[in-house]
Design a protein around this ligand. Structure first.
Ligand code: ADP
Length: 261
């Protein structure tokens, strides 16, 4: 028997969102949320209206990276995202709805999937050129819900160059392919460090592994981002909007030319 395709959900009728791009990773800690934020920041800096839907419900880190403290406002038509202070990026995250930001979210899959759906159906995003969705790591309920029910224009996969991270990326890519989500490409994060003393590039986990994996999976390789103490410092202090990096800019240029315009 053929399975019936699951219908895509309509977003709030006050929204006009041109492109929806989800960011996923095979496993946690590879910098998926940081990369999502950097994509949003750079698209915003080049004149686009941008939002981030934080679907990483049990580990939401987006508000902290942008230093957001305000609570979302409610109206009879839905709930408003909170704007970041510098660029006015629209953010919605479960962390913004918790009484205390360090309260744990002890929910099972269906409840989490429900919250993610509501961030799409009930949030008043308004007019956006790009909505980035920060998915939880892996191939569980929440990524599945987003891929099945939110009309995505594309998916970006983030990995670090360790073999283990790359192995789980392959699972994530297969899942996206099964669900007919266009894969925009793979970004390698934490690729190398620049020695602060001599300026030498050190590839801690080895060279070119992610690029090779992208070739094998037949998906575009979008570029590499180094381990940079400034990035982690700015994330920790809520100032990711101040981070500037040539590698990230190259990735954005590539995306603009090849995929998402
Ligand atoms: P994930 O979403 O994959 O779990 P995060 O984006 O939350 O990962 O990143 C995990 C930690 O690593 C954060 O503290 C972040 O600041 C740091 N981090 C991510 N990418 C980099 C990088 N390229 N250089 C330095 N620190 C990074």
């Amino acid at each position: 028997m053929e399975e019936k395709p699951i219908e895509k959900l309509a977003t709030n009728e006050l929204n006009d969102i041109k492109k929806v791009i989800a960011v996923m990773s095979g496993k946690g800690g590879v910098g998926k949320s940081s990369v999502t934020s950097l994509l949003a920041v750079n698209f915003s800096k080049s004149g686009n209206k941008v939002g981030i839907l934080d679907a990483d419900i049990t580990g939401p880190s987006i508000p902290k990276m942008f230093g957001i403290k305000d609570k979302p406002e409610n109206s009879e038509f839905g709930i408003y995202p909170v704007k970041t202070s510098k660029l006015g990026i629209e953010i919605m995250s479960l962390n913004l709805l918790l009484a205390k930001e360090d309260d744990p979210v002890i929910w099972r899959g269906p409840l989490i999937a429900g919250a993610v759906r509501q961030f799409w159906t009930d949030v008043i995003w308004g007019n956006l050129d790009y909505l980035f969705i920060d998915l939880p790591p892996g191939t569980g309920d929440a990524p599945l819900t987003v891929m099945q029910q939110i009309p995505l224009n594309g998916l970006i996969v983030v990995s670090s160059p360790q073999d283990l991270a790359i192995m789980v990326v392959k699972k994530a890519v297969k899942m996206a392919e099964k669900l007919n989500i266009p894969i925009l490409g793979l970004i390698e994060n934490m690729s190398y460090v620049i020695c602060p003393e001599c300026g030498k590039k050190i590839e801690i986990f080895g060279e070119g592994k992610t690029q090779e994996a992208a070739q094998k999976m037949d998906i575009p390789f979008l570029g590499s981002i180094p381990i940079d103490a400034a990035l982690s410092r700015l994330c920790d202090t809520g100032r990711i909007e101040d981070f500037e990096n040539e590698d990230v800019e190259k990735i954005i240029s590539y995306l603009k030319i090849h995929q998402v315009n």
